[in-house]
Design a protein around this ligand. Sequence first.
Ligand SMILES: *[C@@H]1O[C@H](CO)[C@@H](O)[C@H](O)[C@H]1NC(C)=O
Ligand SMILES: *[C@@H]1O[C@H](CO)[C@@H](O)[C@H](O)[C@H]1NC(C)=O
Ligand SMILES: *[C@@H]1O[C@H](CO)[C@@H](O)[C@H](O)[C@H]1NC(C)=O
Ligand SMILES: *[C@@H]1O[C@H](CO)[C@@H](O)[C@H](O)[C@H]1NC(C)=O
Length: 394
Amino acid sequence: MGILSRSSVNRQSNETMRLLITTFAGIVFGFLIGLSFPTLSLTKLNLPSSLLSPVDLSNIKEQKPSPPITQTSSSSNQSLNLNDTTKIWVPSNPRGAERLAPGIVAAKSDFYLRRLWGNPSEDLTSKPKYLVTFTVGYDQRQNIDASVKKFSENFTILLFHYDGRTTEWDEFEWSKRAIHVSVRKQTKWWYAKRFLHPDIVAPYDYIFIWDEDLGVEHFNAEEYIKLVRKYDLEISQPGLEPNRGLTWQMTKRRGDRDVHKQTEEKPGWCKDPHLPPCAGFVEIMAPVFSREAWRCVWYMIQNDLVHGWGLDFALRKCVEPAHEKIGVVDSQWIIHQSVPSLGNQGETQNGKAPWHGVRDRCRKEWTIFQSRLTMAENEYFKSMEVGLSNLTAH
Ligand SMILES: *[C@@H]1O[C@H](CO)[C@@H](O)[C@H](O)[C@H]1NC(C)=O
Ligand SMILES: *[C@@H]1O[C@H](CO)[C@@H](O)[C@H](O)[C@H]1NC(C)=O
Ligand SMILES: *[C@@H]1O[C@H](CO)[C@@H](O)[C@H](O)[C@H]1NC(C)=O
Ligand SMILES: *[C@@H]1O[C@H](CO)[C@@H](O)[C@H](O)[C@H]1NC(C)=O
């Protein structure tokens, strides 16, 4: 609409120029029309159809849902609707959309970019099957540029900007076809919960939800996907280097294989070799989810627990059997560079550096998440009249 109204103003000012040559009254007249014209064009869709070109009209007709056949006054009385054949009520529609004919319900969406002109069916030259998101600050642009180049044209690229800087990224050629979401000082899991709803990312076979500080020299995304498919991994991550300083054995890269799904930890850390941190476990810095696994994990992400700590230990709740469907891809590996970028976006409190407060919050969230999950499961099993004694420790 913005483009449309601007051009009509231009056209109008040309006319005004012609009027200007004739009389002063003409100037005033043209000025008044010039003022009113943008308003007119904003309401263009409400103009009589005779003012629209045939092409415009047909497009609008195509997009507009068919006029509601039903307009129920008492929405609570559904039995009435069922009986009335002039009204629509489809219980199998998505919740809230029962009054729509199923043929018009678009329950899922995507991140495919479209044109403003032409035939909608010819907009898309390709439909990427994979999605990669990075949560970024502009300071990490070189690293992100290198990372994005490891993802082929088969990937939709989505950047979450936590520092409010977006247009600067246009120095990179790929930036113009990327999706940019800019919300200040939020975390990867905050964005994921809000912008990666399973129905929005439904066309993607695999979803990469990555940090910005990963070194990707030894990583190729297409090769990675091949391995994930081959080894049937619903949730995965690339192996991590360097080995020193890493917390978990599970996510360390093994030099002698494609994929591993199990590991040994320090004595006493794993009561059950099929449970985290020895199996069924990847970290939250570079996870990759299948569409089905993400549909479950998204529901487990809590709106207020923005750092995602504890999520890694709970991912196994979403796939079955977890010790076979969660694993680490060793032959496509990454380097964790540990740049505490978002940590520095915190606030100084009691004279402590910002990252202290962020780290404390991370730990607090971990505890809260853990107890919420335990309580929810306890309640569930209680409601199923299964004794608490039957619950496993985890
Ligand atoms: C629904 O409508 C029927 C018939 O008008 C009426 O008998 C019934 O009480 C209504 N039920 C509710 C829940 O409003
Ligand atoms: C509902 O359908 C039944 C049987 O088809 C009919 O007897 C009844 O009159 C209908 N009620 C309304 C409110 O249409
Ligand atoms: C993109 O996907 C297609 C279809 O799966 C495949 O043939 C092509 O090789 C992929 N592109 C790259 C760069 O791997
Ligand atoms: C625990 O589970 C078993 C079967 O799995 C069942 O027979 C038993 O009644 C359960 N115990 C309680 C307290 O519900």
